[in-house]
Write a protein that binds this ligand. Structure first.
Ligand code: SPV
Ligand code: MN
Length: 623
């Protein structure tokens, strides 16, 4: 069918009035390749947005739950997390980015993914959507054109991103990201049927992404992790940072101030729950653009306006704010949860789950075995909710501020059962960048593959870095060095264990963040150790009493803040092993590696042991 037969006058007019030939060309080209039954162009009008909401229900990708505005969606059995193996950066022949970045030769990759896009939208509606990454009318804004045949994808993006049709209209000459998605052939449950042909290819050269034969948001939503890769590339060319970070406002109860932090944590390491600490405010939980302001301060903006969060363990005790938001009427998509009598259930929700219902495996009952003979859990571990941040009682009033918010603290947090302390501060900006570059985490269910392995993820961004690793960390270093007011850099670890039991309560992170906030305002001294600056016992004791009315004993402090010197040495070795295989790693990285190793070895000698109590380090760093 010809293009003009696929699009009616009204939809064509919507394209035409953008006054941008490039857009019409792209829509036409991908209509010819993907061969949809019709094309729908979605503007920012409430009518168009509502059309998408209804379409998700009509086509069966979403179904209604009992609570008003709530719907649920299932991804395919094997499409429950980001597919790292089939996500590749397209690179020119002969060019290597890094041993740890998955690449494919550009021409070959384009050919392959276009083959899979061929007729991929047959019988379906091609949805053409316009978004603005970042606040509108801002230096942060990046425009994005999304084509998809999934109403669920289009609907999710509507919750998660700012509408951009009018922005495109206002800026016909502005560059934009171009994102093409097709769920491909669907099975009877409306899931991508040809999962073996799932491909997610990032073409940084032309600021575009092609993704096919998938539905899980981390794979399918162009605006989320796919545009993140394009933006990382752009940021590195333009000297700003594009990070896998939350943005939050920290507000000590007895002080009249808000201190903004960004934080990078690999998936499922406490990123969202840190951003959600009761009493604080949230700007974003996943992706931050950070730019230098004219005043020499770093500013951050959330490129999203919603959250695609892990629902597992969201319960009234651990995540009261999200739990409340999920239990009131409002526009929310639940994905890969358990549904019984039109009610959603998930793992760790703080109540007993029904013994049967519908889940990502279809009709489910307790004891059901999956295709590989393993028992199917009631809900997937990586089940999620999608909602707008403004639905949350702790949404920060500067969420849409075109200037962004000033960043005073940066946190790197991993999942580490036996090495690091709950919180410490870097010795300097460059040492902080080094700490970020050494960020490790034990793997979880958020990506396909084995859970429980220790993996390096520089700045928690490893999965998304599309520039050589050395360039990436060097740019971080320069970013801070060019500022007049550098944010302080901290490291956190909520997952320290002893005899298999966590040493910290989930709520303890509030004490760590208040200590970090106080450090920024020069209210606490710190103890210098070979790894960095740790809190003084008295300060943490006071904080625990003030915040939780709880005694934090000397024994607690000693257990949690002992410096496990040998373990740190082992970590440095693991990290060095990986970096040594990379090209052009900047000198500052090795300088810090050697210095830290020396400090640790000297301490092992001086104290004559591998684990040293924090009380034995006597050097105080003044406020
Ligand atoms: C993450 O895994 O880091 C997420 C979810 O934020 S996803 O969209 O899958 O990337
Ligand atoms: Mn993420």
């Amino acid at each position: 069918m010809k293009f003009k037969e696929l699009i009616d006058r009204e939809n064509y007019e919507k394209l035409k009035s953008l006054d941008n030939e490039k857009i019409i060309e792209k829509v036409k080209k991908y209509a010819e390749i993907c061969k949809p039954a019709k094309i729908t162009v979605v503007s920012d009008s409430p009518f168009d947005i509502n059309y998408i909401r209804n379409l998700s229900l009509e086509c069966g990708e979403e179904k209604k739950l009992k609570t008003k505005g709530h719907t649920y969606h299932f991804d395919g059995y094997y499409d429950q997390a980001r597919d790292k193996q089939n996500t590749k950066v397209l690179v020119e022949k002969g060019r290597k980015l890094s041993r740890v970045i998955n690449t494919i030769e550009r021409e070959k990759g384009l050919k392959e993914v276009h083959q899979y896009l061929e007729e991929a939208m047959k019988g379906k509606e091609m949805l053409v959507r316009f978004f603005c990454l970042g606040p509108k009318n801002s230096d942060f804004s990046i425009l994005a054109l999304q084509i998809t045949d999934s109403a669920y994808v289009a609907h999710s993006e509507d919750i998660l991103y700012r509408q951009g049709y009018e922005e495109f209209k206002k800026n016909p000459d502005k560059d934009f990201f171009f994102l093409v998605h097709s769920a491909g052939k669907l099975d009877e449950r409306k899931n991508s049927a040809e999962i073996d042909k799932r491909r997610i290819y990032i073409d940084v050269l032309k600021n575009r992404v092609f993704t096919v034969n998938n539905q899980y948001a981390g794979n399918s939503l162009g605006l989320k992790k796919l545009a993140l890769r394009l933006a990382i590339n752009k940021a590195h060319k333009e000297d700003w940072l594009c990070e896998h970070m939350f943005i939050m406002g920290v507000k000590p109860e007895d002080k009249n101030r808000t201190t903004y932090f960004t934080g990078a944590y690999p998936s499922a390491c406490g990123k969202t729950s840190t951003a959600m600490i009761p009493g604080q405010s949230i700007i974003g939980d996943d992706i931050a653009y950070i730019r230098p302001g004219e005043d020499g301060i770093a500013y951050a903006a959330n490129i999203e306006q919603g959250i695609f969060g892990i629902i597992r363990d969201v319960n009234p005790d651990d995540d009261p704010i999200i739990y409340n938001a999920l239990n009131k009427p409002g526009e929310i998509i639940f994905s890969n949860i358990l549904v019984k009598d039109k009610k959603p259930y998930w793992l760790g929700m703080g109540r007993k789950l029904p013994g049967k219902g519908e889940n990502f495996s279809g009709e489910w009952h307790k004891g059901k075995k999956g295709p590989h003979g393993k028992e199917v859990p009631p809900a997937h571990k990586n089940a999620r909710y999608t909602l707008r941040i403004k639905e949350l009682e702790n949404a920060d009033f500067r969420l849409d501020d075109p200037k962004g918010v000033p960043v005073q603290g940066i946190i790197y947090g991993g999942r580490d059962s036996d090495t690091s302390v709950p919180v410490y501060e870097s010795l300097s900006w460059s040492h902080g960048v080094f700490i970020g570059a050494c960020l490790e985490s034990e793997t979880t269910a958020a990506t396909l593959g084995k859970a429980g392995l220790r993996k390096l993820s520089p700045m928690a961004n490893m999965d998304f870095i599309v520039v050589p690793l050395g360039t990436y960390i060097e740019n971080h270093l320069k970013f801070g060095e060019n500022l007049d007011f550098c944010p302080k850099i901290f490291s956190t670890n909520y997952f320290l264990k002893e005899k298999g039991e966590f040493l910290n309560a989930k709520t303890d992170k509030k004490a760590w963040i208040m200590w970090m906030e106080g450090r920024i305002h020069e209210e606490y001294d710190a103890v210098e150790t070979p790894i960095g600056k740790i809190p003084k016992y008295e300060d943490i004791k006071d904080l625990f009493m003030k915040l939780f009315g709880k005694d934090f004993s000397k024994n607690d402090y000693e257990k949690q803040f002992s410096i496990r010197l040998k373990k740190f040495l082992e970590k440095l070795e693991r990290v060095e092993e990986i970096y040594s295989q990379e090209e052009e790693i900047p000198k500052f990285f090795y300088k810090h590696l050697e210095q830290e190793r020396e400090r640790i070895k000297t301490a092992i000698q001086k104290f004559g042991k591998d684990v040293v109590s924090p009380f034995e380090f006597k050097k105080m760093i003044k406020k």
